[in-house]
Write a protein that binds this ligand. Structure first.
Ligand SMILES: Nc1ncnc2c1ncn2[C@@H]1O[C@H](COP(=O)(O)OP(=O)(O)OP(=O)(O)O)[C@@H](O)[C@H]1O
Ligand SMILES: [Mg+2]
Length: 246
């Protein structure tokens, strides 16, 4: 299996945020992780990407046990993420934000910043074009609209050339129109790069439109999984979403 989580556990004090979670992702799939607020989606992203360490269980990526590795090590292995809450460098320009990712992906430190800057230029520009921010290249990232900051964040993650891209609510806080646009961009880029995707998203229209496979979390546990049509007709999922209770 391309990616697998087995019996993962994480507690915060008395709260089991991740409760015996096992799931897998097939290579090339867009795999969605859904569930109500507080279900444990971001915690699972944090465990997978090394932001926090699990209490128990395993994370296996391309046959390798990556459980407990640092975020940096996991990025190097080919897993990149975007954050639910925008996480760009606000005081750097849009160009520089992408540059940091490109240089890091090329293992080029800032100690030889100038030559590296030149080498990476074409690549940075092509990323900017791909995410639709070429004309904003010289703006400070902090001055971009919220939607464009989210767009930049996807660009930063993609500049890491991931084989698995984890997107935690890439459309949160966006207008319907912005949502549609960024989704089109994301779909195009996924096709272009061929990367596998783990997507967390509240908008069920988005989920049903893009997902190959869906995992449903509630109270830290996987309570359902299947294809779009499986999930659409799942009684429990209906209750979770219509009932609105955790
Ligand atoms: N660092 C932490 N310390 C204590 N509790 C935490 C921490 N991180 C998450 N939690 C708790 O774990 C539970 C799961 O939170 P998480 O952010 O993973 O949910 P989520 O599914 O991403 O929710 P949302 O849809 O609102 O983003 C929540 O009850 C949350 O309060
Ligand atoms: Mg979350």
């Amino acid at each position: 299996m391309f990616f697998q989580v087995a019996n993962l556990e994480k507690s915060f004090g008395g709260l089991k945020a991740t409760d015996n979670v096992s799931l897998h992702i097939k290579q090339g799939d867009i795999c969605a992780l859904i569930g109500p607020n507080g279900a444990g989606k971001t915690t699972l992203f944090n465990l997978i990407t090394g932001a926090i360490k699990p209490d128990a269980g395993k994370v296996i990526f391309q046959g390798e046990d990556i459980t407990g590795k640092t975020a940096r090590e996991i990025t190097r292995k080919g897993i990149a993420r975007s954050f639910q809450i925008v996480n760009v460098f606000p005081m750097l320009t849009v160009y520089e934000n992408i540059m940091v990712a490109v240089l890091s992906q090329k293992r080029m430190g800032f100690n030889f910043f100038h030559p590296a800057k030149k080498i990476a230029r074409e690549e940075i520009i092509s990323h900017l074009v791909n995410i639709g921010l070429a004309t904003q290249a010289d703006m400070l990232a902090g001055q971009l609209s919220h939607g464009n900051q989210k767009r930049l964040e996807v660009g930063i993650a993609l500049a890491m050339k991931p084989t698995l891209l984890a997107l935690d609510e890439p459309t949160s806080g966006m207008s319907v129109e912005e949502k549609g646009e960024i989704l089109e961009t994301i779909k195009k880029l996924i096709k272009m790069t061929g990367c596998t995707v783990l997507l967390c998203e509240h908008d069920m229209n988005v989920i049903f439109e893009v997902s190959d496979y869906i995992w449903v979390l509630q109270n830290g546990r996987i309570v359902a999984n299947g294809t779009v049509s499986d999930i659409k007709s799942n009684e429990l999922v209906h209750r979770i979403y219509l009932g609105g209770k955790r």
